[in-house]
Design a protein around this ligand. Structure first.
Ligand code: SF4
Length: 286
């Protein structure tokens, strides 16, 4: 059985003190042992951004890929080896900006993996520019007179794209974070967990204080997670910030529908070369 300490990396996070991403990292380290998942069976894939440094801070297999490209890589990993728990992570600029095309198709494709977007509603790594989820009128370095664009709503995008598991959490509420991540990882299909993860250095609007005062857990208020219209309603409400599991369905994941990869994922294919040729190849690339 794995323990939390098994997931500690020797590399310590370089995030600013108080950054919301610490909460997500702590949550993941709690979740895997409670689900009986061992570190060597997890692949963490990221794009580019402050939050995308996370694969270096957790002791699992990891890939830090290109800006907005975590999902093509993560889906390929899962198709090549169905037995891995595949978790892609990144920020709102990475996933909802440059990577949003990949996100839409990943959601409708429904490969069995989890995508956690640490959404701080700003570009942190590049020192505070307007992101796809920044609020209308928000003043940042790139919009000194106020953001003229409507923010993207990741939840309605997901619901409209056929995503089979749609959730939102705040990294400062650990009990909810752990519960939702467990359900997302357990879910047989593509799970999106939009995660409010405050950037304490550059976003002075969407702060820890703001979320502590404004979020409510809809799963404690009788929300029906099988009702997609109710999920849309919760995702667009303006009287408070709804969090929790918004929607989940049990449609077949891609692997179940695609018989060839189900019968023999890439990891089980015979290489058709000798062990000494394999050793030479490994030595060449490692
Ligand atoms: Fe976190 Fe913002 Fe600092 Fe980046 S700049 S580490 S997002 S607080």
């Amino acid at each position: 059985m794995s323990e939390m300490k098994d997931f500690n990396s020797t590399t310590h996070p370089d995030w600013c003190p108080g950054c919301g991403d610490f909460g997500l990292l702590a949550g993941l380290k709690k979740v895997y042992p409670t689900m009986g998942i061992e570190a060597h069976n997890v692949m963490t894939v990221s794009g580019i951004g402050c939050s995308s440094n996370l694969p270096g801070f957790i002791n699992t297999y990891g890939l830090h890929t290109l800006h907005g490209r975590s999902l093509p890589i993560a889906q390929g990993v899962k198709l090549a080896n169905h037995s891995l728990t595949v978790v892609a992570v990144g920020g709102d600029g990475d996933g909802y900006g440059i990577g949003v095309g990949h996100l839409v198709h990943a959601m409708r494709r429904n490969i069995d993996m989890t995508y956690i977007v640490m959404n701080n509603l700003i570009y942190g790594l590049t020192t505070g520019q307007t992101s796809p989820t920044s609020g209308l009128g928000m003043k940042t370095k790139s919009t000194p007179f106020g953001n003229p664009e409507l923010p993207l709503n990741p939840l309605t995008l997901a619901l409209g794209s056929g995503c089979s598991f749609v959730a939102r959490v705040y990294t400062g509420h650990m009990e909810q974070l752990v519960r939702v991540l467990q359900e997302a990882i357990k879910h047989q299909g593509f799970a999106l967990v939009d995660t409010f993860s405050p950037c304490v250095t550059f976003n002075k609007v969407n702060t820890h204080q703001f979320y502590k005062e404004n979020v409510r857990d809809i799963n404690k208020e009788g929300h029906d997670t099988s009702d997609v219209l109710a999920a849309f309603k919760q995702a667009t409400r303006e009287d408070y910030v709804a969090t929790g599991i918004f929607y989940q369905n049990e449609r077949s994941c891609y692997e179940e529908s695609e018989r060839e990869t189900l019968a023999q994922p890439l990891v089980d294919h015979k290489l058709g070369i000798t062990q000494s040729d394999l050793d030479k190849l490994v030595a060449e690339f490692v």
